[in-house]
Write a protein that binds this ligand. Structure first.
Ligand code: 5RP
Length: 221
């Protein structure tokens, strides 16, 4: 598939930024997994790095390659984080959390000197919002938060039950329509009691490497 090639090319370009001794943040999702595979191959060839995974799924993949892992809490400043996104704009605003790992992804990202987002070309949008914004909530506050959001939304489900994040929370996927002012929505969501975190990443990404056809295109702040 074209998108698979684009993900692979974006991941390869990002992994070229990895140098020995770095602490690397490893994102979650199919595109981030391409980067974990590529870093893993280099580790098997002798590259010395440490990595901070953003999910149990990513940790398990990294362990298959013997990539030395640090927990988020144990890691100080992370040199470089490579992660995917569900949508991005040329202003480097993102929607993330399709895989449910948004809380750890955001913590790892803000602890990072440099955050490189890797995507295929389908993730580029003029305005965020077609992909519903994941809002991670304390389970007991889910109904309250849903009322405060006052937009169409759904409690994310898995196997007929509410999806539970690695931190034991639930996720509301919220339809804000096309988002005209992502920084304002970011601030507003941060002020709702019961919201643990949300999938709008504003002012966090350093660059986006987007696979396009057989090459890559780089968007920088
Ligand atoms: C997980 C994420 C992912 O980065 C996002 O969902 C993109 O995933 P994929 O690369 O599989 O399209 O935010 O929480």
């Amino acid at each position: 598939m074209q998108s698979d090639l684009e993900k692979e090319n974006a991941a390869q370009a990002a992994v070229e930024l990895v140098v020995p001794g770095m602490i690397i943040g490893l994102g979650t999702g199919s595109t981030a997994a391409c980067a974990v595979h590529a870093i893993g191959r280099r580790v098997k060839e002798g590259l010395c790095v440490q990595a901070v995974p953003t999910s149990a799924q990513t940790a398990a993949l990294a362990e298959q390659y013997g990539i030395p892992l640090l927990s988020i809490g144990a890691a100080g400043t992370i040199d470089l984080t490579i992660d995917g996104a569900d949508e991005f704009t040329e202003s480097l605003h993102l929607v993330k959390g399709g895989g449910g790992a948004l809380l750890k992804e955001k913590i790892v990202a803000v602890k990072s000197r440099r955050v490189v987002i890797i995507t295929d070309a389908s993730k580029r949008v003029a305005a965020l919002g077609k992909f519903w914004v994941p809002v991670e909530v304390v389970p007991d506050a889910a109904a309250y938060v849903m009322r405060q959001l006052a937009v169409p939304g759904a409690l994310r489900q898995k196997d007929g039950q509410p999806f539970v994040t690695e931190q034991g929370n639930h996720i509301i996927d919220a339809d804000f329509g096309l988002i005209q002012d992502a920084p304002e929505l970011d601030r507003w969501l941060n002020n709702i009691v019961g919201v643990v975190e949300h999938g709008l990443f504003v002012g966090i990404a350093s660059s986006v490497i987007m696979g396009e056809g057989s090459g890559v295109r780089i968007f920088e702040s």
